[in-house]
Each structure stands twice: as structure tokens, then as C-alpha cells.
Design a protein. Structure first.
Length: 547
């Protein structure tokens, strides 16, 4: 903004000079461009050519040639150049000044090739090809500004644009530039005040969206009973409260900064009273938005106080203790469960599939498979513990105890997953059948939240290890069940199991295990009806009984 303001002032001044009786400047250079107390650039040292000495003293050769760095090549080659110069020569001089402003370097800056002013002038007069011109750095300015420079210092005067054309090019490449720096400053302050309310609304919507995503992710990582709704309310609202408290001082500081800027520029802005009057309503709107921020803070504080008694009530105390420990970064106490059922599964031959597939294909395969599994397990009273590679671990009976139903839920879920795998199609290998191997075991475990930065609900105990052994010692497309789980399932009498026998299990010795085949078709007489003198049993058989 500052650079374009100075450049525009030079262009406007030269347009005025070229359209006046003066016709051309003749000695345009950066030392003849001065800035007044309103940051407006003015051009000096033009005209009065008859008062200038024709035979300038050459006391300092360096200074003599340094003053000619802005002179056009065709003028340097003349023994007696015109005192007023030429309009095309002024355009060349403007190109050198443009390079000074854009790069913030001295006149005719050459990167990596330090030459004296005399050497530069001699090589320009010589007219070597390619022509010697200042360095252009695309990182220090826009490419369009570099193109304007090159056109201004073209070797042929006829190829250089006029200042009217330069003004059009600069306006095209810098549409937001105003007349001077103060106009730009006031315009941006007004625009900032007008857009502040929209920014507040946008940030508030972003907060609500992030809050929703965080809560959804939290309930995917941890069971809802471990971290219930009221438990998550307190940390979230405290975080929101701290965030808005940290934002409020910044906006208040910005308000004071703009107010002090207004006071500092007040003497220089008397001619801009109309703009200031227009800015005052925007400033009042800005203050109104700040008050709205304060009201939002009070609203969140009231919500926080409203939820505080619920968190300290006797009914919520067990879950509140977990939330408080998580909030303080402490370790959550583990809980023991007398009887749960754990499901383990993996893909037989997954290593070979991975070796013959690209990483992207492996990721797609696991994503499709686990998306299918996740949709199925939602229909059962189970909790997905984790997935590691092709391993899938699910448990029933915790964190909410369900008596002996955990065995039935896991068995039904395992049969449903096995049916889904038989029809599952691998995208990049549709002709290949995916082979799932399942193991199930029941027993006691301990469960608790592990970790602070990324807490996970983990299971501990020999039951976890035995379940994993059931899976690793099973067979493809079969459900391997331990004797403990077999005993639990016998109470329901709706599952068909087949004895596998005694098998050696690593770390366990000999174990009696079973295959879970399917759910039984059970017949139950539903209605008994008396017809006439005889009693006839009319049996309506159910195809499948949900115990």
C-alpha cells in the first residue's frame, strides 16, 4: 500500500508536468521526490533550465556519474542534451525510481555485480546487448510491477509507455489503491469495523461446529457411560470461557489502538472530516459488537453455573470423579468386571494381500471392511475397543454390566459379521474371498481410561490374552469359542455349537474349545384354542426366537 501510494503520486505529478507548458522534467530522480507531512509525494527541481550552469564542475567524478544513473541512454549519448530533457527520458528515469521503491535499494541496483556509477553509465552508453538494466526481484514485488519497469527503461524511446498509460497499468494491477496513504488507512479501518460483526458470527458458528466434532470424537474414543453428557459440558464451557476471555482483550486493545491512531492523525485529517463522520458510526458498531462479546461471555458463565450443581449431585458423582481426574490430567481409577465376553478377529492371509497390493489399496480395503463391521455392531449391546491393522476387538458386558447377556450379544454379533464377510467384495481383487478368523472368550477383566493427551478405554486381564489365543488358534471363516463362553451360551439354548476337542493353546496348555455354527430354529407353541367339545392345540411356530 505504501509503495503504490508513492508511485501513484509520482505518476500523477508527471502527468501534470507533461500536460503543462513545462512539457518535461529533465532531471527526474529519487532525490527530487519529497514527502510532506500528510505522506503525499511531491516532485521538485523542474523548470528554470536557463538558470542552470551549462558547464557543471566535475570536482567529484563519482557524484557526477551517480547523478546520471537516472538519465536515459539516448540522452547520455548526446554531447549537449536538451536542458529540459524529453518526455521519454522522464519515463526512463521513472523506471529507475520504480526499481528503487520496489526493491528498497539504491539507484540501478545490480545483484551480485557491484559496479561503480561510471562503469554503469559507460556500459549503458555503449548499448551492449542484452542491455544493462537494474535487477528485478519477483519476490520483492508483483510480476506486473516488474513488467512496468522493463517497459519504462526500454532501449528504444518509442517502446516506452507514456505516463497516462502507466497510470492505467498501475490502476489495473492495484485496484484497491486510493489517492494516498491516509485514505487507504481510513478505508481499511472502516472496512474492518464493518466486517467485524460478520467475523464474530463466523467465529461463533465455527465454535459450535468444533464443539460438535469434539463431542462426537470423544464418544467414539470413550464409552458414553464413562464420560456422560454432563461430564463433557463443564470442560467444554470452561474452554469456551477461557477462549472468549482471551479474545476480548485483543479486540479491546485493537479498539484503543485505532482510537489512538485517530487522535494522532486528527490534525492532519481536518480536510477529511466527511470520512471521519462516516467512520464514527462504524466505530460505534464496533463497540456494540464488543458488548455482544461480553454478553456471550456472561451467557456461557451462567450455563457453567447451571451445570455445576448437576455435576456435584450424588447421582452423577461416580462419573464426575472420572471427569475431574481427566480434567486435572490424573490417571483414572480402573474398574473390575466379573464377567464379560471379548471378541477378536483378523484376516487370514492379510500379509500376503498387503504385499501384493499398494498401500492405498490396503487402506481402502480396511476402511470398507471396518465401515461394514461398524454398521453391524451398532445393532448389538457391545463396545468396540480398538482396531490394529487387520485386528478387530469388541467387548460386551462393560462399561454397563448386562448380566450374562454379554455372551449372547457377542455370539449374535460374530455370526452377523461372518455372514457379512462371506458377501464382502474386495475392490481391487473382486474374485478373492476374504477369510475372517474369529475367537471368543468370557471371563473377568479390569477396564479404565489410559493416557492424558489421547485417552483410550483399555481392557486388562488374562481374559484378553485368552480371547486373542482363541482367535489365533482358530480357522478361517469359523468362530472359535472357549469352554467358558460355551457355558455362558448354554443358558440361552439358541446356539448350535460343535465340540472341537482339546487343543494346545500357547501359554495355556490343553484347552477344550468349540465351534459356534449357527443359531437354532426353536419351535414354541404360541396359541391353544378350544374348538367345540374337543381341545385342539393350534401351534404357531416361530422361525427364530430372540432370547
Amino acid at each position: 500500500m505504501f509503495k503504490y501510494s508513492l508511485i501513484n503520486d509520482i505518476v500523477k505529478g508527471m502527468v501534470f508536468l507533461h500536460n503543462s507548458v513545462i512539457v518535461s522534467h529533465g532531471k527526474l530522480k529519487s532525490s527530487n521526490c519529497v514527502v510532506d507531512n500528510r505522506f503525499v509525494l511531491k516532485i521538485t527541481d523542474y523548470g528554470l533550465s536557463s538558470f542552470r550552469s551549462e558547464g557543471e564542475s566535475v570536482r567529484d567524478a563519482h557524484a557526477y556519474y551517480a547523478q546520471r544513473l537516472w538519465m536515459a541512454p539516448e540522452l547520455l549519448r548526446m554531447e549537449a542534451p536538451p536542458p529540459r530533457g524529453t518526455q521519454k527520458g522522464d519515463v526512463y528515469s521513472f523506471g529507475i525510481i520504480l526499481q528503487e521503491v520496489a526493491l528498497r535499494r539504491g539507484a540501478f541496483y545490480l545483484e551480485g555485480d557491484p559496479l561503480s556509477p561510471k562503469e554503469i553509465v559507460d556500459r549503458v552508453v555503449l548499448g551492449e546487448w542484452p542491455c544493462l538494466r537494474p535487477t528485478i526481484d519477483p519476490q520483492a514485488h508483483s510480476p506486473e510491477l516488474g513488467q512496468v519497469m522493463q517497459r519504462c527503461w526500454a532501449e528504444e524511446p518509442t517502446e516506452r509507455p507514456e505516463f497516462n498509460q502507466i497510470r492505467v497499468l498501475l490502476r489495473k494491477h492495484n485496484r484497491e489503491s486510493r489517492t494516498n496513504i491516509l485514505d487507504n488507512l481510513l478505508s481499511r479501518m472502516e472496512q474492518y469495523a464493518n466486517n467485524l460483526e460478520e467475523l464474530v458470527e463466523e467465529r461463533t458458528q465455527a465454535y459450535h461446529e468444533e464443539k460438535r466434532k469434539a463431542e462426537a470424537l470423544l464418544y467414539q474414543i470413550l464409552p458414553q457411560s464413562v464420560l456422560p453428557r454432563y461430564q463433557s459440558v463443564l470442560p467444554r464451557y470452561q474452554s469456551v470461557l477461557r477462549r472468549y476471555q482471551s479474545v476480548l482483550p485483543r479486540y479491546q486493545s485493537a479498539l484503543h489502538r485505532y482510537q489512538s491512531a485517530l487522535r494522532r492523525y486528527q490534525p492532519a485529517l481536518r480536510r477529511y472530516q466527511t470520512v471521519l463522520h462516516r467512520y464514527q458510526p462504524a466505530l460505534r458498531r464496533y463497540q456494540t459488537v464488543l458488548h455482544r462479546y461480553q454478553s456471550v461471555l456472561h451467557r456461557y458463565q451462567s450455563v457453567l453455573h447451571r451445570y455445576q450443581p448437576l455435576l456435584h449431585s450424588p447421582a452423577a458423582q461416580p462419573c464426575t470423579s472420572v471427569a475431574e481426574q481427566l480434567k486435572r490430567g490424573e490417571t483414572v481409577q480402573a474398574e473390575a468386571f466379573d464377567s464379560v465376553t471379548i471378541y477378536f478377529s483378523d484376516i487370514v492371509g492379510f500379509t500376503a494381500i498387503s504385499a501384493e497390493s499398494t498401500p492405498l489399496e490396503v487402506v481402502t480395503l480396511l476402511n470398507d471392511l471396518y465401515t461394514c463391521f461398524d454398521a453391524i455392531i451398532d445393532n448389538f449391546d457391545v463396545y468396540k475397543v480398538e482396531t490394529i491393522g487387520d485386528a478387530y476387538m469388541v467387548v460386551s458386558g462393560l462399561p454397563v454390566r448386562n448380566g450374562k447377556l454379554h455372551g449372547r450379544e457377542i455370539a449374535r454379533m460374530a455370526l452377523a459379521l461372518l455372514d457379512a464377510v462371506r458377501t464382502f467384495q474386495i475392490c481391487h481383487r473382486p474374485e478373492e474371498q476374504l477369510k475372517l478368523r474369529i475367537g471368543i472368550h468370557s471371563g473377568p477383566v479390569c477396564a479404565g481410561v489410559v493416557g492424558l493427551k489421547m485417552p483410550r478405554y483399555c481392557l486388562f486381564g488374562d481374559t484378553v490374552n485368552t480371547s486373542s489365543r482363541m482367535e489365533s488358534s482358530g480357522e478361517a471363516l469359523k468362530i472359535h469359542v472357549s469352554a467358558a463362553t460355551h457355558e455362558v451360551l448354554q443358558d440361552f439354548q439358541c446356539f448350535q455349537l460343535e465340540l472341537r476337542g482339546n487343543i494346545p493353546v500357547k501359554g495355556k496348555g490343553q484347552m477344550t474349545t468349540y465351534w459356534l455354527l449357527e443359531r437354532k430354529l426353536v419351535k414354541i407353541p404360541i396359541i391353544t384354542k378350544r374348538l367345540g367339545q374337543e381341545e385342539t392345540d393350534v401351534h404357531i411356530w416361530s422361525v427364530l426366537v430372540h432370547n
